[in-house]
Structure formats: C-alpha cells, structure tokens
Design a protein around this ligand. Sequence first.
Ligand code: UDP
Length: 141
Amino acid sequence: MAIERTLSIIKPDAVAKNVIGQIYSRFESGGLKIIAARMVHLSQSDAEQFYAVHRERPFFNDLVSFMISGPVMVQVLEGEDAIKRNRDLMGATDPKKAEKGTIRADFADSIDANAVHGSDALETAMAEIACFFPTLNIYSR
Ligand code: UDP
C-alpha cells in the first residue's frame, strides 16, 4: 500500500467542544502521523472556495456559515493508505449513520456539524493540502 498524505480539518463544533487532543489520538492510534498543523479562522471567501464543489447544493450557505463560525484546526496526515484510513476513522457524513467508535459517531452532533473533514481522493488531497500548507511547513520525517 502506498504512503499517502491527506488533509484533515477539525471543524468549529469539535474545536468548541475542546476535543482536538482526543481526535488527534484517534489519528495517531489509527496509524496516521500529523506532519503539519495550524489553527485558522476561515473567512467567508476561504470557506466558499474550499467547498466550491458543493456550491449548487441546498446546504451550501449553511455549510459556509458553519465553517466560519469559529476557528478550525487543519492538519496534514501521512500514512499507508492515509486518505481511506482517515475516512474510515471519521465515519459516515451523518453521525447517526456513522459506525460506533468513529470520530463522527463519538464527537459530532448532526450532519452539518459533523466534527471533521477529510479529503476524499488523491487529487483533492493534493489540492487541499496546497491550499493550507506551503511545502516548507510539512515535516514528513
Ligand atoms: N453536509 C451538510 N448536509 C448534507 C450533506 C453534507 O451539511 O446533507 C455538509 C457536511 O458538513 C459534510 C460537508 O457538507 O461534511 C461535505 O459533504 P460531503 O458529502 O463531501 O461529506 P464528507 O466528505 O464530509 O463526509
């Protein structure tokens, strides 16, 4: 299996609940290494750009408002099969449908306030990482 990198965001609901450390533990015990991290309060245009693929969806405006409602913690995770591994650790988009023991089942309240974001494919991971981290700020080994 290939070593991959993926972009993870701990969303405003989970930052407000003070569970960044608990979520980091899930990444680490799940075989992912945190190789870059920063806390950011996204602007409206940052959030609109980040979620541009969802622009036509009915939940877009609410999603953008939620993502700018407070600071988020953004990190690059590295490991074997990191993109899928992170998605597995996160659980389903709707926490009610997320498997027991996943981050969303344990820390998310609803489909819109669902604790974490994770890139869904190699290309999106590369684009999302580039959006937040210049190569200089990534510490692979
Ligand atoms: N979302 C929402 N309502 C929905 C579907 C999605 O608010 O009915 C939000 C939710 O925060 C989700 C994000 O939009 O995490 C992106 O949706 P996607 O389908 O890409 O889910 P994800 O990849 O985050 O599991």
